[in-house]
Structures are given as C-alpha cells and as structure tokens.
Design a protein around this ligand. Sequence first.
Ligand code: TZP
Ligand code: MG
Length: 213
Amino acid sequence: MAALRNQLRLYLVTDPELCAQIGVVETVRRAVAGGVTMVQLRDKHATTAQRTDLAVALKAALQGTGVPLLINDDVVAAAAADADGAHIGQGDISTAQARAILGPDKILGLSCETPQTVRDVDPLIVDYLGLGPVFGTATKADHAQPTGFDGLARLIALSSLPNVAIGGLKSDHINGVMSSGADGMAVVSAICGQSDPQAAARAFDTFKPEGRP
Ligand code: TZP
Ligand code: MG
C-alpha cells in the first residue's frame, strides 16, 4: 500500500485532444521523464479495440520505468492489454464486476465525489480513491460540485485507502493538496495541455507527502 501511495504522487490522466500536437504516447514519455509516477489512459470517444491498441503502445513506452498504466472506464481494454489496472467512476460498472474482470492482482481505482460514495467503498475490492473535483475544470464538462481543499480533507478523512486528488489542479496547489492529506495529485491539462510536458511535470517536483521518501 505504501508503494501505491508513492505511485499516486503525480498521476497523469491523458486527454487525446489536449495531447494532439505530439500525441498521447510522446506526451506520456516526456511527462514520465519529468517525474510522473502513474499514468491513466482516458479517452471517452475511443472503442475498446482502440483503447486496447493505445494501451499496448503506452505499456511499451512505460516499460522499465516502473510507472503503472491504468485505463479509465474500460476494464475490458485494461484486461485485454494486460495493463496494470483500471479506474472507474460511480456511473461505470460496479467495483465488484470490475474486480472480477481484472483479477485480484491489478490496481482498481474509483472516483468519489461525495462523503457517501467514499463510505460505500469496499476496501477489499478498491485499491485507491480519486477524490474531487477539487476545483472546477474545463477538462471534464459534467463534473460534480468542486470540493475545495476543505471538502477534499473531509473526504480523505473518511477512508484509510490511498487517494489522489483531481480537478483543476496546478503545481501551485501542491501545498493545499498536501495539507489536505492527499497522497498525490492527478492532472490532465497541467501536463497534457503544455508545450513542454516534461518541464510541466517537473514543476510538481516538490510534492512529497510528509514522511514519504
Ligand atoms: N475527474 C474529475 S475532474 C477531471 C476528471 C477526469 C478532469 C481534471 O482535469 P484538469 O485539466 O486536471 O483540471
Ligand atoms: Mg468513468
């Protein structure tokens, strides 16, 4: 679990449109060189076959880095590509179904936006929580009401699972996120939308949750 907390420290969620200039694979390559510790392939418009192909390409790009690859929403693509896991939301298949498809050894993340959804999580099924959105963001049009740092801290306090904060986060939010008790920050536009993804990732360098190397 300590390993997973460390892997959640700087979590890149990809967006094909924001990565369009150099592509998702090259964005990931550069972002990992800049310090990204976890990658999620998120493409709302792709088919399972397309996600599987891209996941295989990303896996090859990540080989030897120790950075896990998770697939958003599509647990079948995650299993087909033998990715490191999947991340699902409240509107996707149940966590029990996702776990059954992934098997016991893969990482399963779940988005939670409210205290009740955090309380409802089965910690024997889910490995980590994605919490937020902390702030409003144009990246996810239909996002829930932002929590702010106080709301984030309240969600974190309800679970002992590893967690990652998401939503409108930039490198100058590091202190606010850290003092809320998060294990890490998940970002899309702070890295994908930038001309230099490596430098953009490096800007988060000082995010080291207390007591962790
Ligand atoms: N889930 C909640 S907010 C969000 C997702 C996928 C998008 C976050 O994007 P950004 O650009 O880091 O604000
Ligand atoms: Mg989803």
